[in-house]
Design a protein around this ligand. Structure first.
Ligand code: KG4
Ligand code: ZN
Length: 322
């Protein structure tokens, strides 16, 4: 079995997954402390990971014997370096104490690999949309992917979070905005979906600015009803912007198949739209879309493990590697 740890942002996660992809435990402790700042405060995230990581690992290991663990896996990047380092140091310590090998996993590959846990096998096109990243990938095997397009500015989750802030909703904004949108009319306002950005790249900066101006224009006239309409129209635009590129990507595929991942893939409207495309689509359960360690274990099954003690010099990295 594989014990995996994920601490790239504000969720402290640990999971135990078998070699065949059976999830024994998948523990996520979300740090509520960031909500009053309307975003993640990196230094606080690191400190909270430090407090939470051991109890979260203990919880994931409940009912599992250490003798059964043959590999420790950890997210190496991309993410907040201070946050990542807590996971990396913990994983090194746990592995070294038992002379176990260690697998260093890329967080984005983890979001892709969440789909393998549902038995969805390559080749497929994968849309990954989270708070920090938004891209389309062609996945041909279990070890990597080819980037087909990516966001030129904000990530889709960031667009949700910033939109939610403009509407006076809490953080993280995605779930809050989506909840409000459910009672609104998505045709009430027309927001741009950057259709002129050719190819498979995304852009969400114009959308956010358009909402800012709408909110300003409405001013005192913004009623609860209008706020729900704004949320619904804004959510609709984000989802349509994503789906426009997904459809373009699938058109170029010989045998189109789609998988989705990342926190935004937990969005009800996006899930519905993806499932109505008329091609084979895999939508992971919510808990495997938002940050979790089971997806890191899934990816680790296909990573060359580093034997003890060679991983002791392993470092975290902040940005996506070429
Ligand atoms: O993958 P994730 O948990 O963390 C990152 O790696 O960034 O994604 C978090 C993002 C946040 O921006 C959050 O607002 C968004 O996913 N999100 C959603 C929903 N649930 C989470 N966005 C829209 N609808 C949701 N239901
Ligand atoms: Zn993520």
């Amino acid at each position: 079995m594989i014990l995996a740890i994920e601490t790239s942002c504000d969720d402290t996660c640990a999971a135990v997954v078998t070699r065949t992809g059976e999830i024994r435990s998948n523990v996520v402790s979300s740090q509520g402390v960031h909500s009053r700042f309307g975003g993640v405060v990196p230094e606080w995230a690191s400190r909270h990971h430090l407090e939470l990581v051991n109890p979260v690992v203990d919880q994931a290991m409940e009912g599992v014997d250490w003798e059964e663990i043959e590999l420790v896996a950890v997210t190496q990047g991309p993410g907040l370096v201070g946050a990542l380092l807590v996971g990396v140091a913990t994983a090194k310590g746990l592995a070294a104490a038992r002379r176990l090998p260690l697998a260093a996993v890329n967080h984005l590959q983890g979001h892709v690999a969440a789909n393998f846990l549902g038995g969805f096998e390559p080749p497929f096109v994968c849309l990954v949309a989270s708070g920090g990243h938004t891209f389309l990938a062609r996945v041909e095997d279990h070890v990597g992917y080819e980037t087909l397009g990516q966001t030129l500015d904000d990530a889709a989750g960031e667009a949700f979070d910033k939109g939610a802030r403009l509407l006076g909703l809490g953080y993280p904004g995605g779930p809050a905005l989506s909840k409000l949108a459910a009672s609104g009319d998505s045709t009430a306002f027309k927001f741009p979906i950057a259709a002129k950005v050719a190819g498979l790249d995304f852009s969400f900066a114009g959308l956010k600015t358009a909402l800012l101006y709408k909110v300003r224009d409405l001013g005192e006239a913004e009623t609860e009803r209008l706020k729900a309409d704004l949320a619904a129209s804004y959510e609709h635009a984000i989802v349509e912007a994503l789906m426009l590129r997904v459809e373009r990507a699938l058109e170029a595929e010989h045998e189109p198949r789609l998988a989705i991942g990342g926190g935004v893939a937990a969005n009800r409207l996006l899930r519905e739209r993806a499932q109505s495309l008329g091609v084979p689509v895999h939508v992971p359960p919510h808990a495997l879309c938002t940050d979790n360690a089971a997806m890191i274990a899934s990816a680790a099954r296909h990573v060359e493990p580093t034997p003890y003690p060679h991983y002791l010099a392993l470092d975290a990295y902040a940005t996506k590697r070429a």
